[in-house]
Structures are given as structure tokens and as C-alpha cells.
Ligand binder design. Structure first.
Ligand code: FES
Length: 165
């Protein structure tokens, strides 16, 4: 079976020969055999999957804000019509302003999360719950909840609460 990096043609991830070449350049004073051994040791760190794991900044939490838009006459309605794009921008800005964007939380947009009746919808992962009826005014409290590791209970959509009053 081919290693992921063998499937790449060139590029910075290259193949083992490329790693050997780079090791030889970096450690020019080493013998070719030693450079080859060093390249073999580095191999796991230069494969595509390891490269991706080492360089990706996986956050503790991901907040998906639905920005789905439907035609005005559609009876399902949509989050975009309830200002979800403003909620998204406010949430992203607040997370960044509090220094949480690099490691703690990433705010992303989403298409319909099938919680339209209680939109604006925000899906929180990996906790796996929805916030519903979110407004820009709720954003500071939601980010406080991220810092404390506690959801804002009044905004959590629970089973049977799709028809909140
Ligand atoms: S349109 Fe946002 S959850 Fe369906």
C-alpha cells in the first residue's frame, strides 16, 4: 500500500528521497548513510497525515452558525432572515477579541441545521447541542459560557422545544 505522501507529486511534502535530500542539506556535514538514517527516522513526521495533524490547529470547540437563506415566501423561514449573518460576525469577533480563536473555539458558518423553527441556530461541537433563537445580544453570554465550559441553558434547544414560545 502506498503511503499518502507517495501519492503527492513533488511539493513540500515530497517523498523519502526528498526528505533525504533536505536532511543532507540541513546536516551537510553528515555522511550520506547517516542522512539516510535520519530521513528514515523523520519519515513518520513528513507523511501527509502526520503533517496535517501537526500543522492543523484543532480547537476545543466549533460553533456552526446557520446562515441559510430561503425565499421570503417559504413557510419554513430561515436563519438568515433573522440576522444570523450578524450573529456569526459578532460571535467570531467576540471569540477573537477574547483571544479564544487560536485554540479554544472556531466560529464557522453553516447551511440549514434543520432547526429552522428555533433559529437563529448555532450548533456547538463536540458538545453536540444547539443554541436557538440566538441574537447578537446573546453573543457575550455565549462566549462567557465557552470560557466557563458551561452552556447558556436558556438558549439550549432541547428535545421537544422546537416550538418554543
Ligand atoms: S435555516 Fe437555519 S436551521 Fe434551518
Amino acid at each position: 500500500m502506498r503511503r499518502p505522501s507517495e501519492q503527492c507529486s513533488g511539493g513540500r511534502r515530497g517523498n523519502r528521497k526528498g526528505v533525504e535530500t533536505r536532511a543532507s542539506k540541513i546536516f551537510g556535514i553528515l555522511s550520506k548513510t547517516l542522512a539516510s538514517d535520519l530521513a528514515a527516522d523523520l519519515w513518520p513526521l513528513t507523511s501527509v497525515s502526520a503533517y496535517s495533524t501537526l500543522t492543523s490547529l484543532q480547537r476545543k470547540r466549533y460553533l456552526f452558525v446557520c446562515i441559510n437563506r430561503r425565499a421570503e415566501e417559504n413557510p419554513k423561514g430561515c436563519c438568515a432572515a433573522k440576522d444570523s449573518e450578524e450573529v456569526y460576525r459578532a460571535l467570531k469577533g467576540e471569540v477573537a477579541a477574547r483571544g479564544l480563536a487560536k485554540l479554544e473555539a472556531r466560529v464557522c458558518t453553516s447551511s440549514c441545521l434543520d432547526q429552522c423553527a428555533t433559529g437563529v441556530t448555532v450548533l456547538v461541537e463536540p458538545d453536540h447541542f444547539f443554541y436557538g433563537r440566538v441574537t447578537v445580544a446573546d453573543v457575550p453570554e455565549i462566549v462567557d459560557g465557552l470560557v466557563k465550559g458551561q452552556p447558556v441553558k436558556r438558549l439550549v434547544v432541547t428535545a421537544g422545544s422546537t416550538q418554543w414560545s
